[in-house]
Design a protein around this ligand. Sequence first.
Ligand code: DGU
Ligand code: CA
Ligand code: CA
Ligand code: CA
Length: 195
Amino acid sequence: TCTANGSVTVTETIVVSGGVYDGGCKVFNPTSALGDGGQAEGQKPVFRVENGATLKNVIIGKNGADGIHFYNGGTIDNIRWTDVGEDALTVKSKGDVTIRNITGVNGYDKFMQINAETNLNVSNCVVDNMGKFLRQNGGTGFTINVNVTNCDISNMKEAVFRTDSPTSTARITNSRLRNAGQLCYGSWKSCTSSN
Ligand code: DGU
Ligand code: CA
Ligand code: CA
Ligand code: CA
């Protein structure tokens, strides 16, 4: 986990296209140019990670705006959301996404929003106080495969995993769930938990 090492004001989305962006454990604070971090759709992300890029060592401060967007796959490592905004991260176009060593707190609705086909691997996460941990975009029938391990998920108002797709799968292993709502909400092809 990062100890805050200075801060940066973000007035436009930081695009990380290929390669590695090391945020140096700075706190990235979006301005209202990106959104207010409330529940309005159409806010801008703080970071856009695309084409297999890696984003690491970042603290997203107040407000969270629309978090981190992925296009064509990517990786995030050692990221902390101090106050999740509209959502924390979104898979915006098809591609595999790896998420490790993350902490996120205080979202109203979704932590992860999945709007395109993906194999999503999440390890070592702490997520507290949201509506849901993961939501495949409502009414969509594409396939996502989600694997979560070594996570601590608490205080989800509705669910851990939610989809409307009968071809999607979710699996959580070696994790602790506390007051996390329904594990599998919707029409998952398979959705399992084991330790
Ligand atoms: O159909 O796609 O909430 O990406 C409605 C929209 C909505 C998305 C989603 C998101 O589901 O905007 O934050
Ligand atoms: Ca949304
Ligand atoms: Ca919040
Ligand atoms: Ca969003």
